[in-house]
Design a protein around this ligand. Structure first.
Ligand code: NIG
Ligand code: FE
Length: 399
């Protein structure tokens, strides 16, 4: 298939660039008035309209001046959950903090009770509606975590549902075992950590990554260290760190070769130093800063220090009930002062890197999956973040 009359072909990156760091995060290739061809679901060729191959037998699509860009990559979500936590919304509005709601038995434990009462079939149906909602908004690749089962049966049920979703949609789905999300009911802290460690070999048959909520009131650096050691050679780490406190989660993640450390609402220069020269992608989740009233991550300082930054939605019932990656990108600009191109790279290539798929997704590069968005005429990367609620997608193209 060939797409012609593309107003802007945005997000062109040479082969072999797997992430954008420092000043490079502010740059991406844009070709005006272009064409692009797709073969076997991959980007086969592109160029200016002046060099457009003449009609052959292939199917052609007229972009009519619309922009073609890589679809959004969302490297941190919890979209497999049961029901909702709208019952806690009023408590939150009335001033209770995330920690206070959790301490009352609300929060993650509330979602866990609901999940363990919900059938696997129902859980799949409810979760699929969120996955479809994300895809309609332009997400072509997503990571989904367990972490609301909090017992062996519940966690494995979640991982099976994620696996079923993976086989049901054309979007790319990566799976993370987040057994260490909270202490499950009826367990002591130590018994629970041991349960998580014991479950790793079975979880590793279904999941790609392991995650630990390494934060005040949840899991310590020592717990995290034990879990990551047990998962070595089985699951690559991605860590929840520094959401509620300066937790040490960044350092322990870097030490164990984590692909990403996520949240980072509270960081000091020590975290920036620890990340320098590592393979770990700092990932910030502005949707949870917005919803919980937390500080926004210091994305700009990370980039100034030469690091790359990814942004993800954190779509979940407790701290970010929204999976709209364009809203994430807009918050990156408006609240974190990223330029539109820095924010764009954060929600495409760098977020793909944070789930280990940036050789295949996240940019316009020869040979990558043709997981693309075609916009209505007249759109560009700045307007995407600026006019963040006006419908912009004409078509989501997925291999
Ligand atoms: O990333 N911080 C921990 N986990 C989720 C929230 C989960 C929940 O509240 O249900 C997060 O924000
Ligand atoms: Fe999260």
């Amino acid at each position: 298939m060939i797409i012609k009359n593309i107003g802007k072909l945005a997000g062109i990156v040479p082969e072999g660039v797997l992430r954008k760091e420092g000043a490079a995060q502010g740059e991406t290739g844009v070709l005006e008035n272009a064409w692009l061809s797709i073969e076997d679901g991959r980007i086969a060729a592109f160029g200016p309209m002046s060099s457009c191959p003449s009609e052959r037998s292939e199917e052609s699509l007229d972009a009519e001046g619309g922009m073609i860009m890589p679809g959004f990559c969302d490297s941190h979500t919890h979209v497999v959950y049961a029901g909702s936590r709208d019952g806690e919304f009023l408590d939150k509005i009335n001033g209770l903090s995330y920690e206070e709601i959790a301490a009352r038995g609300g929060g993650i434990l509330n979602s866990s009770d609901l999940l363990n009462r919900t059938s696997e079939e129902q859980l799949y149906t409810q979760s699929m509606s969120r996955v479809r909602e994300m895809m309609d908004k332009g997400t072509v690749a997503m990571e989904i975590k367990s972490g609301y089962g909090l017992c062996p049966e519940g966690e494995l049920k979640m991982l099976r549902v994620i696996d079923r979703i993976r086989h049901s949609v054309p979007a790319c789905v990566k799976s993370t075992f987040l057994g260490a999300h909270a202490i499950g009911r009826g367990y002591s802290h130590e018994d629970y950590v041991q349960m998580v460690i014991g479950l790793i070999p079975e979880a590793a048959r279904l999941a790609d990554f392991v995650d630990v909520f390494c934060d005040e009131g949840f899991f310590t650096v020592e717990d995290t260290e034990r879990i990551l050691r047990a998962a070595e050679h089985l699951l690559t780490p991605k860590i929840h760190a520094n959401e509620l406190a300066v937790s040490g989660g960044v350092q322990v993640g870097v030490k164990h070769g984590a692909l990403s450390v996520d949240h980072l609402e509270r960081t000091t220069s020590a975290e920036i130093e620890a990340l320098k020269g590592s393979r770990t992608m700092p990932t910030m989740l502005p949707g949870s800063s917005f919803f919980l009233g937390l500080p926004y991550g210091r994305a700009k300082d990370f980039i100034k220090a030469g690091l790359g930054v990814a942004l993800a939605s954190d779509y979940n019932p407790g701290s970010s009930p929204c999976g709209d990656m364009r809203f994430v990108m807009a918050q990156g600009c408006i609240k974190m002062r990223l330029t539109p191109v820095e924010a764009f790279n954060a929600v495409t290539l760098n977020s793909a890197y944070a789930m280990g798929i940036s050789a295949e997704y996240g940019s316009i590069t020869l040979g990558k999956k043709a997981a693309l968005l075609l916009t209505h005429p007249g759109w560009d990367l700045t307007r995407l973040a600026y006019q963040y609620q006006t419908p912009f997608i004409r078509q989501v193209l997925l291999p």
